[in-house]
Design a protein around this ligand. Structure first.
Ligand SMILES: Nc1ncnc2c1ncn2[C@@H]1O[C@H](COP(=O)(O)OP(=O)(O)O)[C@@H](O)[C@H]1O
Ligand SMILES: [Mg+2]
Length: 223
């Protein structure tokens, strides 16, 4: 369970903060859509939830862990252990192969990749219908790249998956496939799922929807 209280972040010392969330609770196993027009603060919300961005005031509790009071190294480690992050435009490493991309975060974390993680990587790629393990990332289609990014996000069996506009750069068919896989893998791994999105089809598949406007919660509803 993640609890945000009086969270504010102001990037430019503007009069109004970029993000201003008095209270938000995100339960275990929730499927949350975060919507709102471009610039409303969706990516910023994802970034503060996973400790990529610091808040100026307030608190972010992950169960009993006060994320806001960890130092950057601790935050990075916490994120590596608990969050599967799927960023906009994939953030994959060109020049590396498919499997190398999926295993790269684990390689940075462990001296030797544990067998369970190597096996999970192969399982995930199989489930995501990617069979060309050694193929260079640059030569994959956008749909395939997104599926590799999903495999990488899940390889550590995170408690929560956060995907920033996972269908925005895909065509309808690939978007649909990515979403179906994301949702079924989140259920299989018993992970919560947060997706920022404008995609009505994706929103309809989530259990809860939060709308942001100028960094504030304007609407929250069960679906
Ligand atoms: N690192 C940053 N420095 C300064 N301003 C930023 C930074 N990141 C985001 N912003 C600003 O914060 C606002 C919210 O951005 P963002 O969270 O990316 O919105 P969304 O994802 O909903 O499009 C925008 O006005 C954006 O320009
Ligand atoms: Mg964004």
């Amino acid at each position: 369970m993640i609890t945000l209280k009086d969270v504010k972040i102001n990037f430019g010392n503007f009069k109004k903060p970029t993000l201003d969330i008095p209270f938000l609770q995100i339960g275990n196993n929730v499927k949350l859509a975060v919507t709102g027009i471009s610039g409303s603060g969706k990516t910023t919300l994802i970034n503060i939830l996973c400790g990529l961005e610091n808040i100026d005031s307030g608190s972010i509790l992950w169960d009993n862990t006060a994320l806001h009071s960890l130092n950057q190294m601790q935050k990075d480690r916490f994120r590596g252990e608990n969050v599967g992050l799927i960023m906009q435009d994939f953030h994959l490493y060109n020049g590396l192969g498919v499997l190398q991309n999926v295993l790269l975060p684990s390689k940075l974390r462990y001296c030797k990749i544990p067998e369970i993680i190597a096996k999970r990587a192969l399982y995930l790629l199989e489930r995501l219908n990617i069979h060309q393990y050694l193929q260079n990332i640059d030569t994959l289609s956008r749909g395939e790249k997104q599926r590799v990014a999903i495999a990488r996000a899940l390889v550590n069996a995170p408690k929560i998956i956060m995907a920033d506009e996972p269908t925005a750069s895909l065509d309808k068919e690939n978007g649909k496939e990515a979403v179906n896989l994301l949702i079924s893998l989140a259920a299989e791994f018993k992970a919560a799922l947060i997706c920022t999105t404008h995609d009505r089809a994706l929103i309809d598949k989530m259990s809860y929807c939060l709308e942001l406007e100028k960094g504030k919660k304007v609407e929250a509803s069960f679906l």
